[in-house]
Design a protein around this ligand. Structure first.
Ligand SMILES: C[S@@+](CC[C@H](N)C(=O)[O-])C[C@H]1O[C@@H](n2cnc3c(N)ncnc32)[C@H](O)[C@@H]1O
Length: 239
């Protein structure tokens, strides 16, 4: 279901979207640190083109997995012919495609999941990592400006705030469909129609804090969490 959201923006997310939605050059250095030509690296998310290209430059064996067929198709023009593109969901209906990796990277992805999806993501990744393999991911901490806008708009207009669950810190944009247009914040130059389709199909997303991430990966052998930009963290965990 969530892939419908990403099919509606495709690689325009990378071409026209906000720069802050992409990894900075410092963050790219962190992802590629200590990666060598002998390493197999999986990148989750075809919109993270700069990271895919940075791993290609290092010479690693690169695979990309994405549940959006549009993104998989569009990506072919921007990556090396040696880079493998896999069209698959890493959370739901997950089927191991028979490869294991030294490193799995994803950029601001975990904050697109609700708690159940984050749990499945963590388990699935564990199964496709080699022994001592690592997972690196940046995670946006806390609520998005759009969340605040929607809540404020609903309050000002006496609309029920059924799209935000305070107990689980979970947002459901699909429930806010009727008011999305009124609280829409620009995302670079992505057009309004595509943005509304993107938000309206993103469904449930938990807003994570550092403790949620420590709990999520508490069965892994090591967990390191450090700040990235001013609104996210770099999470590095080892199997
Ligand atoms: C990595 S995230 C966030 C954007 C990122 N910060 C960037 O640099 O583009 C978005 C990407 O992950 C993909 N994606 C999201 N959930 C996924 C899932 N469950 N399985 C596979 N791909 C997924 C989306 O289709 C999209 O290409």
């Amino acid at each position: 279901m969530k892939q419908v959201a990403w099919d509606s923006v495709g690689l325009n997310f990378w071409k026209l979207g906000r720069d802050t939605a992409k990894p900075s050059s410092d963050t790219l250095d962190w992802y590629t640190e200590n990666v060598t030509e002998t390493n197999s690296v999986l990148i989750i998310g075809g919109t993270t083109v700069d990271l895919i290209n940075a791993m290609e430059v290092v010479g690693a064996k690169v695979s990309v997995v994405d549940f959006s067929s549009r993104i998989c198709n569009e990506l072919r023009d921007y990556v090396s012919a040696q880079t493998k593109i896999i069209n698959q969901d890493v959370v739901n209906d997950f089927k191991n495609w028979g490869e294991t990796y030294d490193l799995i990277c994803s950029d601001t992805l975990i904050n697109r999941f609700d708690q159940d999806e984050a749990n499945r993501f963590q388990e699935n990744l564990y199964n496709i990592l080699k022994d001592n393999g690592k997972m690196k991911s940046t995670v946006k901490i806390g609520m998005y400006p759009m969340d605040h806008e929607l809540i404020q708009f609903a309050k000002n207009n006496e609309i029920s705030i059924d799209f935000w669950d305070e107990d689980s810190n979970t947002m459901d944009y699909s429930k806010a469909k009727p008011i999305l247009e009124n609280a829409l914040i620009p995302h670079g130059n992505i057009n309004k129609e595509d943005l509304i389709a993107w938000y309206g199909n993103r469904c449930k997303e938990k807003r994570f804090y550092e403790n949620d991430l420590r709990l999520l990966f508490n069965s892994w052998s090591s967990v390191s969490i450090i700040r990235d930009y001013n609104d996210r963290v770099k999470v590095e965990v080892q199997k």
